[in-house]
Design a protein around this ligand. Structure first.
Ligand code: PA5
Length: 448
């Protein structure tokens, strides 16, 4: 079986290969401190051993719950935000038929709520669900996050309008902390089926816990294969593997060399729209892990070739602060050839009989050459195909590399103190009990 790999040829104009090796000892030392739990945020390293520690019994239980939810519902609504949402959404979109909801044989549809506070979004969701059968997976590690808590109230109310007390209980699964938080209290009180999020796994590193795995199983995908893929990469994340062979160490190192050279924005790019949400997951992972103490590469994303017709101009000729990491997919699932037209009015008959994927791959290569010529270094992550196994590999690859990368810039990659600022202001503005002083202050500020 092939594995994902990294190709650094697109850096040769920017970083001499020999200079990457100079970082070997520093990077290896950081990996050692990560694995020996001596580095920053060492109480949040549970994700490192997740692929090997997740038990077959838990996987079987998750599959069983997913099967039950699928059988009893047209829709499963996953409520969560940030790390309690993005991983599941990324995997489900990557693995699903592009038009899953329009297929007559469509499996249970997974919908998302509580990832925003938009009234219209939630009104329209309730409107759709009113006449459908649905179940809820509510996910919050803290159990107190405002966005999912509001969505949970709305959807729980709707379930209660439609079903008996027992049936409501049967239709809610909670994934939360094992001891604390409002969600844990409600789940215990009402007797919901509950899964725990381990104490030492933060939201954005939680996709290989029930947080990601239950929704993914609900959408009908093979979570065992995903964990198997993650295990393959995890097996190579240690001090013994040579630096040049370690894809995680290489990626973490080169992106920071580029950062040191003024490339402050990394664009994760794909040529397959199914990876759009994967980019959103990656943006959270790197943005929340590294963006602190006024440091960190800004993680951005683009979907090509679509965005070549919008962002392409900037990437080619704008400020030279960018580098790109391409998720380069080997095989696609289907075959579709460009048709011949009797009259070649559009001049495309030179492509007739050739696969769309060949055109896409030449667009990818052409873009890479153009961007490198324009001063944008390129890192390629080669993904043999989009399936559960390789997604599992990609997930662990990016997680481990992110932790090393955070250590390279000397921040704690496992906390997110900055996300409290907006919450505190929102609570003050909404006059949440206990925030009276902040309410006064913010009102004064607004008057100025
Ligand atoms: O990565 C993180 O820790 C955050 O994005 C959280 O997952 C997000 O804020 C949701 O938190 P919670 O699961 O406590 O509701």
């Amino acid at each position: 079986m092939r594995n994902i790999s990294i190709n650094l040829n697109g850096l040769s104009n920017f970083i001499p290969a020999s200079s990457i090796n100079q970082y070997k000892f520093e990077t290896k030392n950081l990996v050692a401190s990560l694995l020996s739990k001596k580095g920053k945020g060492n109480d949040f390293l549970g994700w490192i051993t997740l692929p090997n520690e997740i038990s077959p019994a838990l996987l079987a239980d998750l599959n069983q719950t997913a099967e039950k939810l699928r059988k009893q519902s047209d829709y499963v609504v996953v409520i969560g935000i940030g790390g309690s949402y993005l991983g599941a959404r990324a995997a489900i979109e990557a693995l699903s038929h592009s038009f899953e909801f329009l297929r007559e044989d469509s499996k249970t549809k997974v919908l998302f709520a509580g990832q925003n506070i938009c009234e219209d979004y939630h009104y329209e969701l309730l409107e759709i669900l009113k006449n459908k059968s649905f179940s809820i997976i509510v996910i919050s590690k803290s159990g107190t996050t405002t966005e999912p808590a509001i969505a949970f109230r709305l959807l729980k109310n709707l379930l209660e309008e439609k079903y008996s007390k027992d049936e409501v209980k049967n239709r809610i699964v909670a994934i939360t902390d094992k001891k604390k938080g409002a969600l844990k209290l409600v789940a215990d009180k009402e007797g919901y089926k509950t899964y725990e999020i381990p104490d030492d796994v933060g939201g954005r590193y939680s996709i290989l816990t029930p947080v990601g795995l239950l929704p993914i199983a609900c959408a009908g995908f093979d979570i065992e294969k995903m964990v198997e893929g993650a295990k393959v990469i995890a097996a190579d994340c240690n001090e013994n593997i040579p630096f040049e062979k370690s894809i995680t160490e290489m990626y973490a190192t080169v992106r920071n060399i580029l950062y040191g050279k003024g490339k402050k924005v990394e664009m994760l790019v794909n040529f397959h729209p199914k990876l759009t949400q994967f980019t959103e997951w990656w943006k959270q992972l790197y943005g929340e892990s590294e963006g602190k103490e006024n440091k960190g590469i800004f993680p951005a994303g683009a979907n090509f070739t679509s965005d070549l017709h919008s962002m392409g101009q900037y990437i080619q000729e704008g400020e030279r602060i960018l580098f790109e990491t391409i998720l380069s997919v080997g095989d696609v699932k289907h075959t579709l050839k460009v048709p011949a037209f009797a009259e070649d009015v559009d001049g495309l008959n030179y492509l007739a009989g050739r696969r769309m994927d060949e055109v896409n791959k030449m667009a990818e290569l052409g873009t890479m050459i153009a961007h490198i010529d324009g001063g944008v270094p390129n890192i390629i992550i080669e993904v043999p195909e989009i399936n559960e196994y390789y997604l599992g590999q990609l997930i662990f690859f990016f997680e481990f590399a992110c932790a090393i990368s955070g250590y390279i810039i000397n921040v704690n990659p496992f906390d997110q103190p900055g996300v409290e600022a907006y919450k505190n202001n929102m609570f003050a503005l909404l006059e949440k009990p206990g925030h009276e002083e902040q309410t006064k202050k913010i009102k004064m500020k607004l008057k100025k």
